[in-house]
Design a protein around this ligand. Structure first.
Ligand SMILES: Nc1ncnc2c1ncn2[C@@H]1O[C@H](COP(=O)(O)OP(=O)(O)O)[C@@H](O)[C@H]1O
Ligand SMILES: [Mg+2]
Length: 536
């Protein structure tokens, strides 16, 4: 259990939190969500005691131990890997060190003997004899082999350091676990392992993440940080999203009676809890759902862009045929006799760690690059638009956003373009900003505006979710689920792939796998795992 009472925090004049009162209890996993800069990381620092709030206090259950995923990858560079993990339980580690010093003494006094036996008792009570093997198995689970355990941290690549820090946070069954963006820099297998670990974890977890799939999987509760306040929702991210959308919709229908509203929400909650899977988490979620107070639901201040791709014409049966396409870049054969045919209902995710292959393929298909060998043929009913992974060269211009978009607009009229930009969250004078000064996220929203205006029936999207916040990712995600045309895309966002794609193509350096399936089925399939192994 960990509790924040009357927490306020001010940096100068700006108040990040005001009178926050919140209690986190064991058996639950709380996902903290909020816009960039809302104060999620700062709040975790207050909980862990790293940062003092302006007012208020943090309290924990008696004798409880709190553990934090540390962010500084270089902090333990001069320490041994295995020690770094065990030192996650500082008290245990101190006992081990003190014992070592006493036993190393040449003249072992009576006092030393008494001290040693005290230490041994504490050590045994803390399961000290298991410490090394526990730490080793956490590391192994994150695919850091035994041969690495005695190395010094600085010898490990950065991606492995992240895993050691994670193992350190998880080590020794802490009572309270604080994780800030734990899936960043982790590979897919490690993320899946972490999900299972957290689902089985019985104490209190507080996690910040922008990975919706991860949040949906592990969280029993969602904590929304908005307007400097924190609101707890019983349920995972999708539940929070659906209920907040529902609230917005209902507020707009002003003349509806309150009873009707309550009834609709209750039915909604019931439907949702019936869907929940039968894990331990689901039971506690269900219990909490039953207790939910309708008054605590209020519309959030989040802004969702309105993403809707409407094709100008229906797509025919002939969409795209790719035949024996090859391309060598910087001496590396990136595409090697690639062939496939696209059907008119296909939404294909190109997955795997060999991302350069898909990027190259998209550049060729969009006409930006010539293949070395082979060819491709678009069906006559098709028109495609392309979202490049690297958009730098497109925005190397002094044009305003409105000017930049005008050539693609079906109506050559600034008012029309501005209206369009409004729904992509560019308000008022924003349309007069020069495109070369836009942030990464703003450029992505402009590029998506262009694609919506073009009205194509085939979309090629290379990492459209990079640089976007959760709200915009959700909007693009919903827009592509709804889109009646063909989509070829890549993304790092698990939920995005899972909810859009009906076919998966994985490029490896030694060939490709092509399967009509959902992403989760693809990842779970032993057959696919064997194929992947054979190709790597
Ligand atoms: N020491 C500080 N002094 C002034 N402002 C700070 C300080 N630390 C963080 N902030 C500001 O507080 C806000 C919240 O930051 P952070 O907690 O990192 O947000 P989040 O994790 O939600 O993205 C940001 O606007 C940040 O610039
Ligand atoms: Mg943060």
């Amino acid at each position: 259990m960990i509790q924040a009472t009357n927490i306020s925090l001010r940096f100068g004049k700006k108040a990040l939190f005001e009178e926050v009162n919140i209690k986190f209890t064991e058996g639950n996993c709380y996902g903290i969500i909020g816009a960039n800069g809302a104060g999620k990381s700062t709040f975790l620092k207050i909980l862990s005691g790293e940062l003092d709030p302006t007012t208020g206090e943090i309290s924990m259950g008696a004798n409880e131990r709190l553990s934090v995923l540390e962010q500084d990858h270089f902090k333990y560079d001069d320490q041994i890997v295995l020690d770094t993990v065990i030192a996650g339980n500082q008290r245990l580690y101190d006992i081990m060190k003190e014992k070592d010093i006493i036993y190393a003494k040449e003249d072992f006094t009576e006092e030393d003997g008494i001290r040693a036996s005290e230490l041994e008792a504490d050590f045994a009570a803390m399961n000290g004899w298991e410490a090394e093997s526990d730490a080793a198995s956490l590391l192994n689970a994150l695919s850091i082999d035994n041969s690495e355990h005695e190395k010094v941290m600085s010898e490990l690549p950065d991606t492995d350091k992240v895993k050691v820090l994670l193992a350190r946070a998880l080590f020794g069954n802490p009572d309270i676990l604080l994780l800030d963006e734990p899936t960043n820099h982790l590979d897919l297998d490690s993320i899946r392992w972490l999900e299972d670990f957290l689902i089985d974890f019985e104490n209190t977890i507080i996690v910040v993440s922008h990975d919706r799939y991860f949040l949906n999987k592990v969280c029993t509760h969602t904590v929304d940080l908005d307007y400097g306040k924190m609101q707890i929702y019983a349920g995972n991210y999708d539940f929070w999203y659906e209920s907040s959308q529902l609230m917005i919709k209902q507020m707009k229908e002003a003349n509806k009676k309150k009873e009707e509203k309550i009834k609709e929400l209750q039915e909604f909650i019931q439907r949702f809890s019936a869907n929940a899977s039968k894990s331990k988490q689901a039971t506690s979620r269900k219990r909490a759902l039953e207790k939910i107070e309708l008054d605590t639901l209020r519309p959030s201040s989040r802004k969702y862009p309105y993403v809707d791709f409407k094709p100008d014409r229906e797509i025919g049966n002939e969409v795209l045929t790719v035949t024996d396409l090859s391309k060598t870049i910087d001496g590396e054969k990136v595409l090697d006799h690639v062939s496939f045919t696209v059907g008119h209902d296909d939404k294909i995710a190109f997955v795997g760690s060999y991302g350069i292959a898909a990027t190259t393929l998209f550049q060729i298909l969009s006409g930006e690059m010539e293949p070395d060998e082979g060819d491709y043929k678009w069906g006559i009913t098709t028109s495609n638009s392309y979202f490049p992974k690297d958009n730098t060269k497109y925005f190397d211009s002094n044009d305003t956003i409105v000017d930049w978009l005008m050539p693609f607009s079906p109506e050559k009229d600034a008012t029309f373009v501005r209206g369009f930009l409004g729904r992509m969250l560019f308000k008022g004078e924003d349309g007069l900003k020069k495109v070369n000064v836009l942030s990464g996220g703003e450029k992505v929203r402009v590029m998506l505006s262009k694609m919506m205006m073009l009205g194509s029936n085939v979309l090629l999207l290379d990492e459209p979710t990079n640089h976007l916040d959760m709200e915009s990712i959700t909007s693009v995600n919903n827009g592509l689920i709804k889109f009646p045309g063909v989509v070829l895309f890549t993304s790092q966002d698990h939920q995005f792939i899972q909810t859009i794609a009906n076919r998966i193509i994985e490029f490896t350096p030694n060939g490709m796998i092509d399967k009509v399936t959902t992403y989760d089925e693809y990842l779970d399939s032993d057959e696919m795992a064997r194929k992947r192994q054979a190709l790597n």
